[in-house]
Design a protein around this ligand. Sequence first.
Ligand SMILES: [Zn+2]
Length: 141
Amino acid sequence: MTNAPELKPCPFCGGEADHSMGERGDGTPWPYIECVDCGASTEPDVWNRRADLCQPKVKPLVWVEATGRDNPAMIEAKTAAGKYEILQDPTSGWLFDVWFYGETEFHIGSFADDEAAKAAAEAHYTAWALDLHKQLFEVTE
Ligand SMILES: [Zn+2]
């Protein structure tokens, strides 16, 4: 690490960057750089090449229990894009239904368990956020 060049501020939020150590799938060490403020991370040799950064980490959705509804299984996550809701609907055999309420309202899908439902909402939000990020930062790939 001592021969590493000085790290530039985070290209996404201006935060301070720091060295971290993870682990690859095969157990070998995986050094990376991570923003201490927003959590953006990448390979050490890529960090300072801001224009190459095209895989920012999207903040995970924060699920809370929705209030004022009859269904106790219902949770929601509010984002800049809109609101995600997961509820169990007896008419669909108590599957976990994922709805999105933004500029438009639509059904993302029905899932057998809440983890799959959350993952589907997460995937939808991540795609939206990365697309917006590319528009704002003119990232080239
Ligand atoms: Zn940052």
